[in-house]
Design a protein around this ligand. Structure first.
Ligand code: AMP
Length: 551
């Protein structure tokens, strides 16, 4: 027997429709690529998104067609999120930091019919345009006055395109399982794989994101996603913002410390979200310039592990709460958030931060478990660690065009490739990517734990730990460090700093100093590249402990 409630489908268009009615005058603010700060309201965004859908129809785009974006966080990109998906087409966000081969592969694999791009990315697309046979037109996201000279054939102007429409348009009542958007994972091995979200998964994820124990976004907030709209849908923030009608602040192309600070300060931002690299730049800028952010209540850190020094800098130096979150493109992306419970109020500060270092509890709809190498389910005791598996309505079922074949196990769990612990309260802590964990004498050393400890040293700007082959212990850790500006650290200094903070047998066998670390297109340290760079590196003999269990 079925329930007798309305079967209204969960649709992305309804999020913006809601915002335009109940939060019609709430602002969306953008640092435009043309230069000035652009402001308009949810009512304006709604109208222009509908005009965009009309324009797409006029260009012959239909339901299920892929329409790509190569763009920064701006109001026009926001319109594309809703205008493309609203009419039943698929909004395919592309990361412009990808190598051109990957970009070409992705566009061809997705068979994108149109590409919307910021003027900044015209040269990028010009270089590959002749290898993109499915693309019928390139829409440059600017007005007529700022249209760049371009060799792109069939280059259209965004403002001309939507300016020709009247917005008298109704978004169709699609089935909620209809595909809405597409993101390719950066894929450290093999080709990138497409994660195809649906209206249902996106709307449910948006509700999950807004919940009080998740990000607690409300109509009273001013939210600045530094995380790009080309990476995992900016962690779902644009959709969640419409769902709760908060003010949305978009930083355009300026993601440096000063640029982000200015927007956070001037727009009275209360919540912001991004990867640790961005926060390093912001904290550095604020420290050097003696700046504060009195309106900012919360910084959400995810994408890579948030180090203790960063959490403490925000909380102790600036009075800004840190929320540590975990997720991946395959989980829409939010999977867990480290909001504390009432019982944790009584904990000493140090232990609270110990908890905040964990990646948090799974959202209500996301089940989590850890398994060992034989597939045995491990206990939630905060100690056992194994591969993290997840299940839920916004977790991927299969990749686009079935790349990679069957990806769920017999019980329907998705293996994340992350190694983690789970404690009795469900707090999950990532110890490594399964590919990055260092296997020493039959035990595992967490590269993330080592990195988190060492970046607290004032002479360290950035650090990565990789495992190098060892004749006796299989692998031993090598610490690779970028020194802080103007500083010169020594190996002895850093190993001395780590001694007592980590088990003795975890101490890296050597420290290498480099000018910079390689990063992936999504801003994570590329351990794969680093391992290749250090493939011939010789660890000093006799550095490893007599027994890896020695502590
Ligand atoms: P992506 O699909 O590019 O968003 O990358 C997802 C991966 O980023 C995850 O599988 C993790 O390995 C990593 N990741 C995301 N958030 C965190 C976090 N808070 N701490 C450590 N690793 C993280």
């Amino acid at each position: 027997m079925y329930g007798l409630m309305m079967n209204s489908p969960l649709l992305i268009s309804d999020l913006l429709r809601y915002a335009s009615v109940y939060h019609h005058d709430t602002e969306l603010v953008t640092r435009s690529l043309e230069g000035p700060i652009h402001r308009y309201t949810y009512a304006d965004a709604h109208l222009r998104s509908k005009k965009l859908s009309q324009a797409l129809q006029r260009l012959g785009i239909g339901q299920g067609d892929r329409v790509a974006t190569v763009a920064w966080n701006t109001y026009r990109h926001f319109e594309l999120y809703f205008g493309i998906s609203g009419m039943g087409a698929i909004c395919h966000t592309i990361n412009p930091r990808l190598f051109t081969e990957q970009l070409t592969y992705i566009v061809n694999h997705a068979e994108d019919r149109l590409i919307f791009l910021d003027p900044t990315f015209v040269p990028l697309l010009e270089a590959v345009a002749d290898r993109l046979p499915t693309v019928e037109a390139f829409v440059v996201m600017t007005d007529r006055q700022h249209m760049p000279e371009t060799a792109l054939t069939n280059a259209l102007c965004y403002e001309d395109l939507i300016g020709a429409e009247d917005g008298d348009y109704q978004w169709p009542e699609l089935e909620e399982a209809t595909a809405s958007s597409l993101c390719y994972t950066s894929g450290t091995t093999g080709n990138p794989k497409g994660v195809l979200y649906s209206h249902r998964s996106t709307v449910l994820h948006s509700y999950g994101v807004c919940m009080v124990d998740t990000l607690a976004i409300s109509a009273r907030d001013s939210f600045l996603p530094v995380v790009p709209m080309f990476h995992a849908n900016a962690w779902g923030v644009p959709y969640a913002a419409a769902l709760c009608g908060c003010k949305l602040v978009m930083p355009g192309a300026r993601l440096d410390g000063a640029g982000v600070y200015e927007m956070l300060h001037d727009e009275q931002v209360t919540q912001t979200a991004g990867v640790p690299t961005v926060w390093l730049m912001l904290l550095d800028y604020m420290r050097k310039e003696g700046k504060t952010l009195p309106a900012l209540e919360k910084v959400i850190i995810g994408g890579s592990a948030a180090p203790r020094s960063m959490i403490e800098a925000f909380q102790n130096d600036h009075g800004i709460e840190v929320l540590h979150a975990w997720g991946m493109t395959e989980t829409s992306p939010l999977g867990s958030v480290g909001s504390l419970k009432r019982k944790h109020d009584a904990l000493p500060q140090k232990q609270k931060v110990d908890l905040q270092l964990k990646q948090g509890r799974g959202l209500a709809a996301v089940q989590m478990r850890i398994i060992d190498e034989d597939g045995k389910v491990l206990p939630h005791d905060g100690k056992a660690f194994g591969e993290l598996q997840v299940k839920g309505p916004w977790v991927v079922r299969e990749y686009y065009k079935q790349e990679g074949g069957e990806i769920l196990d017999e019980e329907g769990w998705f293996s994340t490739g992350d190694v983690s612990t789970l404690d009795p309260d469900g707090f999950m802590q990532i110890t490594d990517r399964s590919k990055d964990v260092i296997k020493s004498g039959g035990e595992w050393i967490s590269s993330i734990d080592l990195e988190n400890e060492v970046v607290a040293h004032p002479k360290v700007a950035e650090a990565a730990v990789i495992g190098l082959p060892h004749p006796k212990w299989t692998e031993r850790p090598l610490l690779v460090v970028v020194a802080a500006e103007g500083e010169k650290a020594t190996k002895e200094e850093l190993l001395g700093f780590l001694r007592g903070r980590v088990a003795k047998w975890w101490l890296p066998d050597d420290v290498a100093f480099v000018d910079e670390l390689p990063h992936t297109a999504t801003g994570k340290i590329s351990k794969l590249t680093l391992r290749t760079q250090f493939a011939d590196y010789q660890l000093p003999e006799g550095a490893a402990p007599a027994s890896p269990k020695e502590s």
